[in-house]
Design a protein around this ligand. Structure first.
Ligand code: NAD
Length: 356
């Protein structure tokens, strides 16, 4: 298994590396510049890993900012706080930002880096499984607006992504489980081997958190995301297949007011519906359908009740893919092969909701 995945984006190419010492990596990067550098993280992460962070507190040109926990941190206020802090301390164009956290920290840090002095370097140190396999790669940065998530942002690539699996030792089980939705999604849409790697080792992954297996899964996911992003940085057709399970998943999150379900849990349900439609449309055969549903049913998901089906359907219709005239829905031909269908009717979607 390679210890490095390259994201090929011409001048903006970067490496995703594995290391067992994230703090040393930050120290080395900071020591290469005279300018001031900023670590952006959250208090609970700094507390959990205070031993590792210690070495960074005595470096003259390294400063810390702690963000609030949760989606509310993805606000323009956080961006202003970071940018004002850097400008008051006279950070300059050679300054660096180190994002040590999950998707929230990564998205905000990347956005702040993209606009401060019209763009400074930033490095991703993902601390959640979701950030390791998804959000730290691809350069999507941004914040939320009152009307919805990630409505303001930029595509701005990090200089490097460094994955230290020590962070997984403290990650709550529910978050770990939910993040695997993204991993298995990559298996469904793109990589049959990855799907069966997860399918054949579920207990070892979920209960034992076998680090060897998890590293393999993270590497596979990063390779896939890197392939997709490299070919399609502006999110055209290829990148669209990453939305497998997301049309219904997003609507479910909104239906629950973003309170009860984690994003990954909603995507698990969304994938079940998309698989059911793929089967009904005849593209996914019986045996592949059964295998797909069986594996999804082995993830521990909170039970949800849809009491107001009309409301959920209205939310699905509100999805931007539906607002355009043609409905583009991601379906499976087989495990490992997705396609974009424009032949889906609202009836198909309504029927598939029985999988929830
Ligand atoms: N940029 C992208 O391409 C992309 C892709 C997917 C998701 N996202 C964004 O990512 C965000 C979700 O990311 P997330 O799931 O990582 O959530 P998160 O960043 O909110 O982290 C979840 C919680 O886990 C805590 N935490 C982080 N690391 C920990 C650790 N090692 N041990 C214990 N607790 C830890 C955090 O403090 C937080 O309370 C959303 O805002 C979503 O929009 C972005």
């Amino acid at each position: 298994m390679s210890n490095k995945v390259k994201v090929n984006l011409g001048k903006e190419s970067y490496d995703i590396l594995f290391s067992s010492d994230f703090a040393l990596s930050i120290k080395n990067h900071a020591e290469k510049v005279k300018s001031d550098c900023l670590i952006i993280t959250q208090k609970n992460i700094a507390n959990l890993f205070q031993e590792q962070f210690k070495v960074l507190h005595n470096i003259d040109n390294v400063f810390f900012i702690y963000l609030e926990d949760g989606e509310k941190a993805k606000s323009i206020d956080s961006i202003m706080k970071i940018c004002n802090y850097m400008s008051e301390k006279n950070f300059d164009r050679s300054s660096k930002i180190f994002a040590v956290g999950g998707g929230v920290v990564g998205d905000i840090s990347g956005f702040a880096a993209s606009i401060f002095m019209r763009g400074i370097d930033y490095y991703q140190y993902p601390t959640t499984l979701l950030a390791m396999i998804d959000s730290s790669v691809g350069g999507k940065t941004g914040i939320n607006l009152d009307k919805g998530k990630n409505l303001v942002g930029r595509i701005y690539q990090p200089k490097e992504v460094l994955i230290d699996t020590i962070f997984l030792s403290t990650l709550p089980g529910r978050q770990f489980n939910a993040a695997l939705a993204e991993a298995i999604k990559y298996g469904f849409i793109y990589d049959r081997d990855l799907f069966f790697l997860i399918n054949n080792n579920i207990e070892n992954i979920l209960q034992n958190r076998s680090i060897e297996l998890i590293k393999k899964i993270i590497t596979n996911c990063c390779e896939i995301k890197s392939d997709i992003v490299s070919e399609d940085v502006n999110e055209n057709e290829l990148r669209m297949i990453l939305n497998f399970g997301h049309t219904i998943g997003h609507a479910l999150e909104a239906y629950q007011n973003y309170k009860e379900l984690l994003h990954g849990e909603a995507i698990f349900y969304g994938m079940k519906c998309a698989i059911s439609i793929s089967h009904k449309k005849g593209s996914l055969n019986e045996s592949e359908y059964n295998t797909s549903m069986e594996v999804l049913n082995r993830f521990n998901l909170p039970l949800i009740k849809i009491q107001d089906k009309e409301k959920l359907i209205a939310l699905i219709k509100n999805d931007k893919k539906f607002r355009e005239k043609e409905i583009n829905f991601i379906l499976l031909d087989e495990i490992g092969k997705a396609y974009i269908s424009s032949d889906i009717k609202m009836n198909d979607i309504e029927e598939s909701l029985s999988c929830i």
